[in-house]
Ligand binder design. Structure first.
Ligand code: PSV
Ligand code: MN
Ligand code: MN
Length: 388
């Protein structure tokens, strides 16, 4: 099989998970901009996500965020997703949007607040049971703003206690995805600030706890592909939250700020043979589309991940190894750059055509008239928004 044929086969099997919250109105703390045709309910967010899958063929999974996607009957929501040709993926917990969490959630100094937060995490496990989801994703805004505000070490004890309880509630095939973030909203200490902290907690918990790497959650200049390579080697890479950042947690479209970084990350994934769903790695997007139309932005993001993956798959592995073992520094770098500089758009267009899709998903979505139809259908009612 040629390199190109193998790449096509793997790309055909690649799955990217979409965040339900990418389809609601969003913004920054300065302003939330409204767009027309925005979904009003979790069901309508799933409908929009299904459009992304219909035109890319590569995004059959939708992440929920609770309580933003709160419904009475989660089994019914899973059936709704299946009717639209997609399925529900990770259940994202939200312990950061309640007055009670001002000083933290599971690491709050107040035991009643800790109980409330842990109960919410347990509720997310229940929801995962109802939707048939494997993963419960935990991100904690917890931390402190001022030196001396709370005991850094005691907060780790409280975190460990809550994680133990959630871990114990998992079914054998379920996992905790523990996400980290350097700072924001806490500015002095964050309780899970980096991959090392997440990794240490996951290691202690056991094999059902794995790390989620959000590409926007690092200090500037951090070598994310190193983290990916390390976690892959330890079998502790559970998921990505893909997005782009220029400055901090910008939540822009993946591959928009630095397509080369996504290529370097995907190169590690490809080298580990971890591109397809059987790897257990969840390739999610975690983005907001504040000023650009949301469904096309998600389509563009899926295409950006596909392009980075295609380039990584075209790396001549034999030539790379030969150059590496012979100490040919420039030769090895050239092998990688040759792949990165390849225009993979024709290959991806061909894969789509072979799969019965339009080779240009963005153009095909625009022609479909979906946005006009939902704008009319959804003109009454309250659009879903970030935090609602
Ligand atoms: C926090 O910045 C984060 O990356 C977490 O994944 C949250 O669940 C998500 O953003 C909310 O948009
Ligand atoms: Mn995230
Ligand atoms: Mn984030």
């Amino acid at each position: 099989m040629t390199n190109r044929a193998r790449a096509a086969e793997i790309l055909g099997a690649q799955e990217i998970e979409l965040p339900s919250w990418a389809f609601g109105n969003s913004g920054t703390r300065f302003k939330v901009f409204s767009q027309s045709g925005v979904p009003r309910t979790p069901e309508e967010k799933i409908d929009d996500a299904a459009q992304v899958h219909a035109f890319t063929g590569a995004a059959p999974i939708v992440s929920l965020h609770i309580p933003w996607d709160k419904v009475d009957d989660y089994e019914k929501l899973a059936v709704h997703a299946a009717d639209r040709g997609v399925r529900i993926g990770a259940i994202n917990a939200n312990v950061f949007q309640d007055d009670d969490y001002m000083l933290g959630s599971v690491t709050s100094p107040d035991p009643k607040v800790r109980r409330k937060a842990t109960d919410h995490l347990l509720e997310c496990v229940e929801i995962a049971n109802a939707t048939g989801s494997r993963d419960v994703k935990l991100w904690f805004a917890d931390g402190t703003n001022y030196p001396g505000q709370d005991s850094i070490r005691t907060r780790q004890d409280r975190l460990a206690e809550a994680l133990d309880e959630v871990y114990a509630a998992l079914r054998p095939d379920q996992r905790i995805l523990l996400e980290y973030k350097l700072f924001e909203p806490s500015f002095y200490t964050t309780d899970v600030p980096d991959w090392g902290t997440s990794y240490a907690h996951c290691l202690r918990l056991g094999e059902k706890a794995v790390v989620c790497v959000d590409t926007g959650h690092h200090a500037p200049g951090t070598n994310i592909e190193f983290i990916v390579a390390f976690l892959l080697r330890e079998n502790k890479l559970g998921a990505f939250d893909f997005n782009s950042r220029f400055y901090a947690d910008d939540d822009l479209m993946v591959g928009a700020a630095d397509p080369f970084q996504i290529f370097r990350i995907m190169h590690e994934i490809v080298q580990a043979g971890a591109t397809t769903p059987d790897s257990g790695i969840n390739f999610m997007l975690d983005q907001c589309h504040n000023i650009e139309p949301k469904i096309p932005a998600q389509i563009r993001s899926v295409m950006n991940v596909q392009e980075a993956t295609a380039k990584a798959l075209l790396v001549d592995a034999d030539a790379l190894t030969a150059a590496q073992v012979s100490g040919d520094v420039l030769g090895a770098n050239a092998v990688l750059m040759d792949a990165y500089n390849t225009d993979v758009r024709p290959l991806l267009a061909e894969i789509r055509r072979n799969g019965g899709l339009d080779p240009d998903p963005l153009e095909a979505f625009s022609r479909s008239g979906y946005l006009d139809r939902v704008t009319e259908a959804r003109k009454d009612g309250v659009p879903a928004g970030w935090g609602a």
